[in-house]
Design a protein around this ligand. Structure first.
Ligand code: S3P
Length: 185
């Protein structure tokens, strides 16, 4: 396609539910591939000089989602990055299509049984979880799972350590690069 980014240069986008490890795994993948890592939420927090919880409280969720879309749209224009998205970003159609068009999207899958043990560690910093019962969070978890099904590749992370997930992603990428853009010596 005209203007298409070569697959070896495409940025890698990590998606998945809150607390599945997108940031830690993203940092590890970036180190292994000698690329820069960008956490989309961190970019928003740096602009507003406050944590996402406070952005939600001060400006409201629709405002956060608007900024999230603008920032991710511009991040997707960059090549050779490893980008982690906030867990709600993929709910926006425009974010899904731009990420899938410009980048390689990996979905970090984790089962509810493994994820639920992390709730207490996450709740204070995740406004979307606050004020919800476990049943409501479980429902959100499964609703979001459907949204995350649009991706290029996935990794089931339940039984893997951060480094193992990162190694898996790097190996999968190298295989795809060699298939779609073999290097001529
Ligand atoms: C959100 C996830 C958070 C952050 C914000 C909203 C969500 O990111 O973007 O609190 O709606 O799932 P993490 O997925 O990194 O926790």
């Amino acid at each position: 396609m005209y203007n298409e980014i070569p697959i070896r240069q495409k940025s890698i986008v990590l998606i998945g539910f809150m607390g599945v490890g997108k940031t830690s795994i993203g940092k590890s993948v970036a180190a292994k591939l000698y690329r820069d890592f960008i956490d989309a939420d961190q970019v928003i927090e740096n602009i507003f000089k406050m944590p996402t919880t406070d952005i939600f409280k001060t400006y409201g969720e629709p405002f956060f989602r608007k900024k999230e879309k603008e920032i991710i749209r511009s991040l997707c224009e960059q090549k050779l990055k490893i980008i982690s998205l906030g867990g709600g970003a993929f709910l926006q159609e425009e974010i899904r299509s731009i990420c899938l068009e410009k980048c390689i999207v990996f979905y970090l899958d984790l089962s509810w049984d493994s994820w639920k043990d992390r709730i207490n560690l996450l709740i204070d910093s995740r406004p979307v979880l606050q004020g919800k019962s476990i049943a409501e969070i479980k429902q959100l978890f499964h609703e979001r799972k459907v949204i995350y099904q649009t991706h290029h590749s996935t990794v089931q992370t339940d039984s893997l350590m951060i480094e193992e997930v990162a190694d898996y992603i790097v190996k999968a990428l190298k295989t795809a690069w060699d298939i779609y853009e073999p290097q001529t010596k």
